[in-house]
Design a protein around this ligand. Structure first.
Ligand SMILES: NC(=O)C1=CN([C@@H]2O[C@H](COP(=O)(O)OP(=O)(O)OC[C@H]3O[C@@H](n4cnc5c(N)ncnc54)[C@H](OP(=O)(O)O)[C@@H]3O)[C@@H](O)[C@H]2O)C=CC1
Ligand SMILES: CC(=O)N[C@@H](CCC(=O)OP(=O)(O)O)C(=O)O
Length: 346
């Protein structure tokens, strides 16, 4: 059994890591940190974990942490993660970081969208943790930067089209909608019931959302040229789920190609990508609680545009499920271990 520590166990992604790891055959959770809930059982903080998880939250220093586990998930806000990760790596541990701190390869871009990076020398060592794109590199690394939730939904939807020059990279419009768990568990006015219920609205409009550089980084690598996107996120009155609807102009090659067949070929062997028949829209309620990304392609019959739709559970494939998929790869476990629960519906 590999001993696993969850740094930030009292957040939504920490709780989801614990829920999924409770069914994992090859690891045991030996450390769970929280400052607010130190001394409290994790199953008291999250009663859904009663009789599944028997660990108490502790406020541990990094020196104490390294004694307690061999593999770590850092499920804390960006900035906090880069204060902890270097010491864990220096102690010979492997880490999947769920924050944004190691996702952007270029420190100047990171600093433009976030804040000063305190360990830019680690950026080269970190592998972007999207197994469908970087499986072999993830197997070899000690530091995986788990992708953001919106980026996961967008990159899986577009990378094969850009790689094969099927769409014009200058024409990408991404319309994404997320449930409120994406904002984390900390109290804030924007996620109060009355602010969110009975309606929905866009936020960070006009190229201001911090997931833009991360999405553009990966789409540019796929396209082999710089890609810029128009990205508008929306907040939905749901707890879980992201749906992205993406519009792109087809190239001549894209117009002539059977894109459904291309996606079938690319994703056939992927355990967590489900390509839907063309014309069947994905739905957040069909991936809820699971590590699946449901994708659907549809040509617009009246314009030259392709519409790509993508649905994930933001806390599973968008965070903790993908983090466990990465841990499995980094430890040589079967990639799907602990992750094969079917989505819960209704
Ligand atoms: N929610 C989502 O859908 C997704 C989240 N992420 C990323 O995952 C990470 C965790 O997100 P999420 O679980 O939603 O966040 P939450 O706000 O729900 O939880 C944050 C956790 O970090 C701990 N924490 C906060 N500040 C500090 C600090 N200064 N020092 C030590 N611990 C701290 C909190 O515990 P305490 O305050 O008790 O110490 C809590 O356990 C973030 O980086 C987020 O961006 C990524 C993809 C999707
Ligand atoms: C609904 C909501 O607020 N979502 C968050 C994204 C959460 C996430 O995946 O992002 P990071 O891991 O990059 O923090 C947001 O828009 O900032």
């Amino acid at each position: 059994m590999v001993r696993v520590g969850i740094v930030g166990a009292s957040g939504y992604t920490g709780a989801e890591l614990a829920r999924l790891l409770a069914g994992h055959e090859k690891v045991t959770i030996t450390a769970a940190t929280s400052r607010q809930y130190a001394g409290k059982a994790l199953a008291e903080v999250f009663p859904n974990l009663r009789k599944r998880i028997d660990i108490t939250c502790e406020n541990l220093t990094t020196d104490e942490l390294v004694e307690r586990a061999d593999f770590f998930f850092t499920a804390v806000p960006h900035k906090t993660a880069m204060d902890v990760v270097p010491q864990l790596l220096a102690a010979g541990k492997k880490v999947v970081d769920l924050s944004a701190d190691f996702r952007i390869h270029d420190s100047t871009t990171y600093e433009e969208w976030y804040q000063k990076h305190t360990c830019p020398e680690l950026l080269d060592q970190a592998v972007y943790g999207l197994p469908e794109l970087y499986r072999e590199q993830i197997r070899q690394t000690r530091l995986t930067a788990n992708p953001g939730c919106y980026p996961t939904s967008v990159i899986l939807a577009l990378a094969p089209l850009l790689r094969e020059e099927m769409i014009d990279p200058a024409t990408l419009i991404v319309d994404s909608k997320s449930g409120t768990s994406g904002a984390g568990r900390a109290a804030s006015v924007g996620t109060l019931f009355c602010e969110v219920a009975d309606g929905f609205k866009p936020y960070k409009v006009g190229g201001t959302h911090r997931h833009i550089p991360e999405i553009e980084q990966e789409l540019s690598i796929a396209a082999g040229q710089p890609v810029t996107i128009s990205f508008t996120p929306h907040l939905l009155p749901l707890s879980r789920g992201i749906l992205s609807t993406i519009y792109a102009a087809l190239t001549d090659k894209g117009r002539e190609t059977d894109l459904q067949a291309l996606y079938e070929r690319v994703y056939r062997e992927e355990p967590f990508v489900r390509l839907l028949p063309s014309g069947t829209p994905p739905a957040t309620q069909h991936v809820r609680g699971s590590n699946y990304c449901d994708l659907s392609l549809q040509k617009d019959r009246r314009t030259n545009r392709l519409i790509v739709m993508s649905a994930i559970d933001n806390i599973v494939k968008g965070a903790s499920g993908q983090a466990i998929q990465n841990m499995n790869l980094m430890n040589g476990f079967p990639e799907t271990e602990g992750l094969l629960g079917a989505p819960f519906f209704p």
